[in-house]
Design a protein around this ligand. Sequence first.
Ligand SMILES: Nc1ncnc2c1ncn2[C@@H]1O[C@H](COP(=O)(O)OP(=O)(O)OP(=O)(O)O)[C@@H](O)[C@H]1O
Ligand SMILES: [Mg+2]
Length: 218
Amino acid sequence: MIELKNAVKKYILYENETVALDNMNLSVREGEMTAVVGTSGSGKSTLLNILGGMDRLTSGSYLFDGQEVSGLSYGEMHRFRKQNISFVFQNFALIERCTVYENLEIPLLARNEKHCRKRIMDCLERLKIADLAQKYPRHLSGGQQQRCAIGRALVTDSRLLLCDEPTGALDSRTSAEIMDLLFEANAGGRTVLIVTHDVDVAERCSRRIRIEDGKIVE
Ligand SMILES: Nc1ncnc2c1ncn2[C@@H]1O[C@H](COP(=O)(O)OP(=O)(O)OP(=O)(O)O)[C@@H](O)[C@H]1O
Ligand SMILES: [Mg+2]
């Protein structure tokens, strides 16, 4: 499903150049559940951003189903994300002017899926935030915002689920419950990559990769 070949991502800020992905090679088969671990600044979020079509490689190749993603136009990249990707961002990135309910509705509307009230409410139930459906993100605790962000990723049936520290703001019990939902999504056939510092979470994944300085070292 995913193939990175000699993938390089450089950030240039003022005079400084950072090599966030350094000639990375990676293959992921459909249906795999991969934990991505590594120290802060090693390139984990950069990797997810590239795989999710949020950003482009500086050089090298990213194939999804054999199709080159780095070569897509802005509009094609948008369509690629809409059709294939769900993302749980490290900083949640909820839409502040939308309610919890609307935050989950957005990806469904983008995919032209209508009459999805039951689906959204079922998802909020499973995340135990159904009572917060009409609230705005700023009125939620960090953990509730995180569950909303996970709901937005779980509510569609996109093939690739990219999760950046999805349980970082949760207590261990809630975290285990949320992880069960992600494993369930994977058992249902969705391919999952999950950045985590939690050893237990990484242990439960079928595959683990460790990144250091933009390279896969293990
Ligand atoms: N937009 C940007 N502009 C410039 N440098 C960036 C940008 N985003 C990331 N970097 C740099 O790229 C490197 C990799 O960053 P990245 O966010 O991928 O790390 P990470 O492994 O996700 O870290 P953390 O565990 O702290 O989230 C870091 O050195 C970071 O400073
Ligand atoms: Mg990160």
